[in-house]
Design a binder for this molecule. Structure first.
Ligand SMILES: Nc1ncnc2c1ncn2[C@@H]1O[C@H](COP(=O)(O)OP(=O)(O)OP(=O)(O)O)[C@@H](O)[C@H]1O
Ligand SMILES: [Mg+2]
Length: 354
């Protein structure tokens, strides 16, 4: 006779129950899951950004209605350029790259970016066919690559300011949220937010940390996020006023599929002597130097330094001088001393030419 073993039945029920719960936990994040990551501070920043965008562009009011939680989270990372934001004039020693970016990215983005109707009439009459083919439009993606501290992030930010575009600097860790299914929702939100507030530059720093050559060991969430990202880039209309920018120290490690979507690529290398002089001038042009010391001499003695290193030695030198100035009685405040080679740490260098 067929009989039911109650112990086995209980075991079966427990196993089935556990499997269903696991499946549910893996596939259905609780509606509050993102809420846990989206703290009050981020919420306030997001609301503040929406307010700022609307102050400058009241006609975007409709675009910024009915935002979902993921879009609100992305909006917390939006930067709206203001009069103090980094511009091209704040970057030295890479004039050729900035000029090329200006002509090939910024001007097309301004002319063809948001609304073709605004296109210069003369240009439209002469080159209308090229506009239709998309050949005069800005490239979809721009990659900046090179050693650390050479001004890649600075340049991406300045591109947004020069285009008067919003800047979304998204960190890979924000996108690679630990909740299953959440990463792709955030990636989608990144693109829908950019579309709502365009013109907009989406900047992904350290792209090699995610878009490195695909491997079988990729976590499922990472692979899904990557494919989602690539297909969303494909869906971008080049005349849509959204520009993707990426930066990396290791271009050779990046997935071919991603590189293909960043057709304009600029290598920003370590500055040569002339570029170092220009960077130093940017920071200490009007500051007196001791007899025998010049910007040229500092540039000659800082081979291998990045823009960031140069800024750092200028900062140290100025701090040394200001530290002493603070200790002086106010009657002596007018005697500001010039900066010395020692302030710049040059006397410690083996090749210091004096
Ligand atoms: N060419 C430059 N002109 C003026 N300042 C520069 C230049 N390059 C670097 N700097 C200074 O160094 C800082 C760091 O530069 P930035 O963060 O843009 O480097 P990066 O190339 O993005 O480095 P990483 O690869 O480490 O991210 C800048 O904020 C700026 O103050
Ligand atoms: Mg950077």
């Amino acid at each position: 006779m067929f009989s039911i073993d109650s112990k086995k039945l209980t075991e079966f029920a427990i196993i089935a129950g556990t499997a269903v719960s696991c499946y549910y936990l893996m596939t259905m994040p609780s509606p509050d899951a993102i809420g846990a990551n989206f703290d009050k501070k981020a919420q306030a920043k997001s609301d503040h950004n929406v307010k700022r965008i609307l102050e400058d562009n009241p006609d975007l009011a409709n675009n910024l209605k009915n935002l979902n939680t993921y879009e609100k989270k992305i909006l917390a990372d939006v930067f709206i350029p203001n009069s103090k934001s980094t511009r091209f004039k704040d970057i030295a020693g890479i004039d050729d790259i900035l000029e090329d970016l200006y002509e090939n990215v910024i001007i097309p983005l301004q002319e063809f970016g948001v609304d073709k109707k605004q296109l210069n009439k003369d240009l439209k009459e002469r080159f209308g066919h090229l506009v239709e083919n998309g050949l005069l439009e800005a490239p979809k993606g721009v990659l900046l690559y090179g050693p650390p501290g050479t001004g890649k992030s600075l340049t991406a930010k300045a591109v947004a300011t020069e285009c008067n575009a919003a800047f979304i600097n998204i960190s890979i860790s924000t996108l690679l949220s630990s909740y299953y299914g959440e990463s792709s929702k955030l990636v989608k939100a990144l693109f829908t937010v950019a579309d709502r507030i365009k013109p907009c530059v989406i900047f992904i720093d350290e792209i090699d940390s995610v878009f490195k050559t695909r491997s079988d060991t990729d976590h499922e969430v990472t692979s899904k996020m990557k494919s989602e990202f690539l297909s969303l880039i494909d869906g971008l209309e080049t005349d849509g006023g959204i520009l993707m920018m990426g930066a990396t120290n290791r271009r050779t490690d990046i997935d071919e599929a991603f590189l293909r979507r960043m057709p304009k690529q600029y290598k920003i290398g370590l500055p040569d002597k002339e570029a170092r002089e220009k960077i130093l001038s940017l920071y200490i042009q009007n500051i007196p130097l001791e007899n025998g010391l010049s910007i040229k001499l500092i540039a000659e003695n800082t081979s291998g330094f990045s823009g960031s290193d140069l800024k750092e030695i200028c900062r140290n030198a100025i701090n040394n001088m200001v530290k002493e100035y603070r200790k002086l009685p106010s009657s002596k405040h007018k005697d500001i001393r010039p900066l010395t080679a020692e302030d710049f740490g040059l006397t410690d260098m083996p090749f210091f030419l004096d």
